[in-house]
Design a protein around this ligand. Sequence first.
Ligand SMILES: [Zn+2]
Length: 237
Amino acid sequence: MQVESTRRESPEAICARVFRRLRPRTPPPEISVHFLPYADAHSSACWRDGRLELRISDVLEGAPASVLEALMHILLGKLLRRPAPRVCVDRYRRYLSRRDVQRTLELIRGLRGRKQLTQPKGEHFDLEQIFDELNLRFFGGLMIRPRLSWSTRPSRTTLGHWDPAHQAIVISKYLDRPSTPRLVLEYVMYHEMLHLRYPSRACGGRRQVHTPEFRQAERMFPQLRQAQQLLRRLVQS
Ligand SMILES: [Zn+2]
């Protein structure tokens, strides 16, 4: 589950600016930018239901706006068949070859290559307990419990994800604190459980992760609005 970041200029705004530069006469589409825990600096852009969707490695989440802008220029350039100017490619490459960024990438490759999974019991919340409760409430107790783990880094943007390779639901360590309302954790866990219940499927050459059935099931969560509001407040605090 992803949340918008609180950067001064949002990644979406940067992307809209790049889009306007490449297509000055076309109004920018709806844009969403997701930072995902890829094991390398892999990034991509695609159209999804008329929306422009960018998936960027979370290694780049803290990159300067100019670097993000250069990367978006490269990605949109590919998508719109307008190759990015040399200066963008250079700026992006230069950032990736920085010693500290290289170290981070190496570290992450190591960690994510063999995926560090933790115990479900955190300092304040027990993921197993939350999973079992939701399983009973919403899935008739029929869902087979996958591996449950806290993330190694306390991410505020990737609060949870389903990792099919390791058959694990991973929840951000950021949420394992006493100030997190339990409802928020339940909602994040419920969302990830729905990924088990409604797998992604190929759709016009792309993978649709949140299918219409998925979205419909998500709306069944009681106190959905409240949970989303609490969550937004929590990641912005
Ligand atoms: Zn999801």
